[in-house]
Design a binder for this molecule. Structure first.
Ligand SMILES: [Zn+2]
Ligand SMILES: [Zn+2]
Length: 216
């Protein structure tokens, strides 16, 4: 049975060559395990642009209309009856994924990002409503609480948004390789990810070197 829905404002692209335009999309009314979040800020990741322009058609073809956005920070507005970790008013975030099968070895190990049935935040099959998932270029989003992240209230919510993709993408290898004081980290390019890498590596105590082709 499909859950009931409501309309939300969003920005979508109708094709690989059309600009993003204001539109209305359907969101499901929060089910038992869902958290509804009013989106305050959403980062613009280059993956959003690749997807909108269908530049990844070989392995992740775009379904149009497409609503990108996967660096989402907002305020919880409603929670389902079974939600335990969030309540209305909480600052919360959603990153690259919104669901997984919950049963495979990766999911059991808490590594949902490696789940073969992981559902991305946008342009991924929507198990609830059919069609594809719609991302954060929208006024709100409804996500299973298992894929909602807490944002400390001392963080600037706009500045925190890029942590959800650019941040975790650069933090993950540093965590994997045990970056700490005494280690050296090289960062190729000081862009959306690169500046995050510099901040993390410096905060972890490493010696940081940036490689760039820019004369300045
Ligand atoms: Zn899984
Ligand atoms: Zn991204």
């Amino acid at each position: 049975m499909h859950p009931t829905t409501y309309n939300a404002k969003a920005y979508s692209a109708a094709s690989a060559t059309s600009p993003l335009a204001s539109t209305k999309i359907k969101r499901r009314d929060p089910t038992d395990r869902d958290v509804q979040i009013e989106i305050l800020f959403c980062g613009i990741c280059h993956s959003d642009l690749h997807s909108v322009r269908n530049e990844w058609s070989e392995f992740m073809a775009a379904t149009y209309p497409i609503v990108p956005g996967h660096e989402i920070v907002g305020r919880v507005t409603k929670v389902g009856s079974a939600v335990t970790k969030y309540k209305p008013g909480d600052l919360a975030a959603v990153g690259c994924m919104v669901d997984s099968d919950g049963t495979c070895p990766q999911c059991k190990a808490g590594l949902e990002q490696f789940c073969p049935n992981m559902i991305l935040t946008f342009n991924s099959p929507d198990k609830h409503l059919g069609g594809v998932t719609y991302g954060g270029y929208s006024e709100n989003i409804v996500v299973d609480e298992h894929f909602v992240l807490r944002v400390p209230s001392n963080l600037d919510p706009a500045g925190a948004a890029p942590l959800l993709c650019a941040g975790i993408t650069t933090y993950s290898p540093m965590h994997h390789w045990g970056v700490t004081k005494g280690k050296k980290v090289g960062v190729v390019g000081l862009g959306g990810l690169g500046h995050m890498a510099v901040k993390f590596a410096h905060a972890l105590g490493a010696h940081v070197v940036v490689f760039t082709t820019s004369p300045n």
